[in-house]
Design a protein around this ligand. Structure first.
Ligand code: PGA
Length: 251
């Protein structure tokens, strides 16, 4: 049985006041009882250390939205894995489609980031997904396979056991247009099969594959019911405590 993992990707939202307000709302809603699922929040860099102190003693875990693959040095504007660790992060989102498209991240860079994150004791939430054009051309599976092969190149079973995969069809992110539960299930099953072929059936059976792309309180339950959907990476709907809590309850 894979435990569901619900993660909130705050993107470039929330200053320190808004961070405290949202986290206090989430803590109040979740309480300190053992949740049936793993809950992760990924605020912007500037809010991480405040979030880390606010989340002490809570079951809510902390992640970042990105990192750089170098150890340290003259990389103006970048943040290292060790910095994220010292700010209290346990997870880091890597290869989000906004990073791939707006900031031109390639599968090769993403692979370096995943390796660095793992080497620094962070658990990557590795995002993959096809564009609308790729889906319409009928090459979704090829795109996903290439992203998986290049993103996970050089990793062993032990490494992959620490990774969460987030399947986020680019056409569903922030658009209000969710993949149908059947479309999502089909992609998740394909991803799990690729992991099985590339690593082992045991790794494939254990790996968490989240769905992301316009997950909302009213569609979360149906998506999370699918056999190969093990959680959600939530953007817009994670910015209000009520809607994020409702998605957590669906899980
Ligand atoms: P969305 O974003 O829920 O607003 O579509 C999801 C994501 O980008 O991770």
């Amino acid at each position: 049985m894979r435990k569901k993992v619900i993660a909130g990707n705050w993107k470039m939202y929330n200053d320190l006041d808004a961070t405290a307000e949202l986290l206090n709302g989430l803590k109040k809603g979740i309480g300190n009882s053992e949740a049936g699922c793993t809950v992760i929040v990924c605020p912007p860099y500037t809010s991480l250390s405040l979030a880390s102190s606010l989340l002490k003693g809570s079951i809510i875990k902390l992640g970042a939205q990105n990192m750089y693959f170098e150890e340290q040095g003259a990389f103006t504007g970048e943040i290292s894995a060790a910095m994220l660790k010292s700010a209290g992060c346990e997870y880091v989102i890597i290869g989000h489609s906004e990073r791939r498209t707006i900031f031109r991240e390639t599968n090769g860079m993403i692979n370096l980031k995943i390796k660095k994150a793992l080497g620094s004791g962070l658990k990557p939430v590795f995002c993959i997904g096809e564009t609308l054009e790729e889906r319409e051309k009928g090459i979704t599976n090829e795109v996903l396979k290439t992203q998986l092969e290049e993103g996970l190149a050089g990793l062993g079973e032990d490494d992959v056991n620490k990774i969460i995969i987030a399947y986020e069809p680019v056409w569903a992110i922030g658009t209000g247009r969710t993949a149908t539960p059947e479309q999502a299930q089909e992609a998740h099953k394909f991803i799990r099969n690729v992991i099985g072929e590339k690593f082992s059936p045991a790794v494939a059976g254990n790996i968490i594959i989240q769905y992301g792309g316009s997950v909302k309180p009213d569609n979360a339950a149906e998506l999370l019911k699918q056999e190969d959907i093990d959680g959600a990476l939530v953007g817009g709907a994670c910015l209000k405590a009520d809607s994020f809590l409702s998605i957590i309850r669906s899980a």
